[in-house]
Design a binder for this molecule. Sequence first.
Ligand SMILES: C[S@@+](CC[C@H](N)C(=O)[O-])C[C@H]1O[C@@H](n2cnc3c(N)ncnc32)[C@H](O)[C@@H]1O
Length: 235
Amino acid sequence: MASHTVLPGRCALPPYQNGGVTVIHRRRDSTVAISTGGYGSIRSCKRRNLSCFSTDKITNGTAFVIANDEKYGNKQNISLTPRLYDYILSNVREPEILRQLREETAAMRGSQMQVSPDQAQLLAMIVQILGARRCIEVGVFTGYSSLAVALALPESGCLVACERDARSLEVAKKYYEQAGVSHKVIVKHGLAADILTSLIENGEACSYDFAFVDAEKRMNQEYFELLLKLASSML
Ligand SMILES: C[S@@+](CC[C@H](N)C(=O)[O-])C[C@H]1O[C@@H](n2cnc3c(N)ncnc32)[C@H](O)[C@@H]1O
């Protein structure tokens, strides 16, 4: 399987609720870097001269584009206005079970927010494009993104879902059950660094096709090192 790389970033802020940015970028060595996240990601993109697109409703209601990719062949950037983003959200093909999960857990979110429906769709699409069978998620919360991925995996596929919060995991497990994908999800309760280290110690290095992180930004580097040992593709 081809190797892809990650641009470390935060994948936690649904753009329609807060600042958000998605970057899909082909690097000079032909690997692909994809990142989604908030304003930190935008600043990070600027520093790296990467192109990205963003929507922002909270601060001033205007969309903005960072088109600073001269070094990379002046690739075209896509700008989404909030109105267009609302249109996309209302037309995204969100499975009914994911819509239920999103609505049930809206009150629980607080500072821990789910990925948005289009971000989940992107994850599912990556799984399908890669033909991934074995995946890892760091940062499950109540399971929105993991359920989207589990639904996209083949029947024999598996997702190792790492989360430190037991209460959130109970909700996630209920939805895996309802969606009929429990057999594909290996729930791991604990700190991701410990869980990933134990997977490596168990001889599972290089045995995963895709890993995605949606946890704390400051921990990304640590996860990145561990996930690099476990999976061939990452987001
Ligand atoms: C932004 S939420 C994830 C949202 C989730 N991807 C979804 O779509 O619903 C981040 C989650 O990462 C978990 N988390 C943060 N640091 C962690 C760590 N070191 N180990 C395991 N889980 C962690 C938090 O408890 C939280 O539930």
